[in-house]
Design a binder for this molecule. Structure first.
Ligand code: AHM
Ligand code: MG
Length: 310
């Protein structure tokens, strides 16, 4: 089995854009996630569960583990000397570190509402060269780490997606699947259906009704990382749409929608806002939100037709 760093050096031979600085950055992000994985596993034994009694820039309650994960990733990336900008879900402004290098946007601990109840959560990251406010299409790499029964890393570059599992005995992320391709069609839809009456689009309601008629089943964890991870491997569709309360949905473009769209598209799936590919949205604001419809081609194309027909 191949450890992550060996894999990255092997890939850098055929793909010169994977330079030493990028290998260092990815290596350090994943080192940070190993520390976070340890804290998540022991969370109820440490004083890290519950709220940090703060509200973040999104107006959401900050959990102690959110804050801890943010500090671990930020400090680790600062030490590389190769990161020029950092943007985190938990921090209002972009942290500027230098004039050139890689910029990293991250959600340190996605699925915060599940932290206290031992349900899978994760870290999402997106890497650009230079300025952070670029479209998702210009990402150099994107990935997430899921803290589930095992800790796994899904890492995407343009054209290929690979999957690694953290071996707790050696502390290495080991390659378990290369060139991941997601199913072209699935049997699962994933959406917070409690908001059915609040969705802005009648077409979306009709699409979900049509899936029920086709005997789809519903799975919704409420951690984007977990819901996207299942969708990648089993196929189907994950949706966080716009609704009358959240006109652009709930999920954030730079560190949720865009990296997940990059992973899904490079694994052969689709990721759209309802109008265009999420990867073509050019950010105007650091914490801007975006409606997300992603998954297998068959379901996403079908959803698009329903949305157009209203
Ligand atoms: P978070 O980044 O504060 O954890 O919020 C994002 C999470 C996603 O992981 C998940 O898909 C979504 O919120 C669930 O929202 P809801 O509870 O409205 O269904
Ligand atoms: Mg999140």
């Amino acid at each position: 089995m191949v450890p992550l760093i060996t894999y990255l050096f092997q890939k850098s031979i055929e793909n010169p854009f994977i330079d030493d600085d990028l290998v260092l950055i990815i290596g350090e992000i994943t080192s940070a996630t190993k520390i976070i994985a340890g804290k998540v596993r022991k969370a109820s034994l440490l004083d890290v569960l519950g709220s940090a009694e703060k509200i973040n820039v999104q107006g959401e309650v900050v959990q102690k583990l959110d804050e801890l994960a943010n500090d671990i990733i930020t400090e680790t990336l600062k030490c590389t000397g190769k990161a020029c900008m950092l943007a985190s879900e938990e921090v209002e402004d972009c942290l500027i570190l230098s004039d050139s290098g890689y910029s990293i946007a991250f959600d340190p601990l996605d699925g915060s509402s599940n932290i206290d109840v031992n349900i899978s959560i994760g870290t999402i990251f997106s890497i650009h060269k230079g300025d952070i406010k670029k479209s998702g299409r210009e990402q150099i790499a994107a990935g997430y780490v899921i803290y589930g029964p095992s800790t796994m890393l899904v890492l995407a570059f343009r054209g290929f997606v690979s999957v690694f599992t953290l071996d707790p005995e050696t502390g290495n992320f080991m390659l378990v699947e290369e060139n991941l391709k997601m199913p072209e069609k699935g049997k699962i839809y994933s959406i917070n259906e409690a908001n059915y009456d609040k969705w802005e689009s009648d077409g979306l309601r009709k699409f979900i009704d049509s899936l029920k008629e086709e005997k789809y089943t519903l799975r919704y964890v409420g951690s984007m990382v977990a819901d996207v991870h299942r969708t990648l491997f089993k196929g189907g569709v994950f949706i966080y749409p716009s609704d009358i309360k959240n006109r652009n949905g709930k999920l954030r473009l730079l560190y949720e929608g865009s990296p997940m769209a990059f992973i899904v598209e490079n694994a052969g799936g689709m990721a759209i806002t309802g109008e265009k590919s999420i990867l073509d949205v050019v950010p105007e604001e650091l914490h801007q939100r975006v409606p997300v419809i992603l998954g297998s081609k068959w379901e996403v194309e079908k959803c698009l037709k329903y949305l157009k027909n209203g």
